[in-house]
Design a protein around this ligand. Structure first.
Ligand code: AMP
Length: 141
């Protein structure tokens, strides 16, 4: 069985115990900026329901997260005039997972631009600017 630790950082964000730069929210999902972005406008989509990763998540929550990721991908294409979007999702330490609440990465991509190396914090004001661009685009869609 896969155990869910409700002290993980995304659980704290969902409970409002940790700050996050929110981009979108609905009944089942929450989306916010990744603080160590692999590219301009990199955001994360999570289910509100507890799930460690793909292996234990409720399929209805997976579907809801996919629908939100699709919304964000479309908004990102327009908001940043992106050429493509990379969607990533990691499971268990061997699969590259670091935070143990299911999440999908939505990373806008630009022709000829490689992804940033992992682990580098972005400046808050820059992230906030990108978050605002996404929110504005989502509101216009
Ligand atoms: P992974 O589990 O491999 O998908 O990696 C977790 C992701 O969460 C990484 O891209 C981190 O930059 C990101 N991350 C970690 N803590 C936070 C946080 N407090 N707010 C936003 N993103 C975070």
């Amino acid at each position: 069985a896969y155990s869910y630790d409700d002290q993980n950082i995304f659980a704290k964000i969902l409970r409002g115990e940790m700050p996050a730069m929110k981009v979108y929210e609905d009944d089942k999902t929450f989306a916010f900026m990744d603080i160590m972005p692999r590219g301009k406008g990199h955001c994360l989509v999570i289910p509100k329901a507890p799930a460690r990763n793909l292996l234990d998540a409720d399929p209805a929550d997976l579907a809801a997260v996919a629908a939100t990721a699709q919304k964000l991908a479309g908004a990102a294409m327009k908001a940043f005039d992106a050429d493509g979007v990379t969607v990533q999702q990691f499971n268990e330490p061997a699969g590259g997972q670091v935070v143990f609440h299911y999440h999908v990465h939505v990373i806008p991509r630009f022709e000829g631009v490689k992804m940033n190396p992992p682990g580098k914090m972005a400046e808050t004001n820059v992230l906030e600017e990108f978050a605002e661009k996404l929110r504005t685009q989502l509101a216009a869609n």
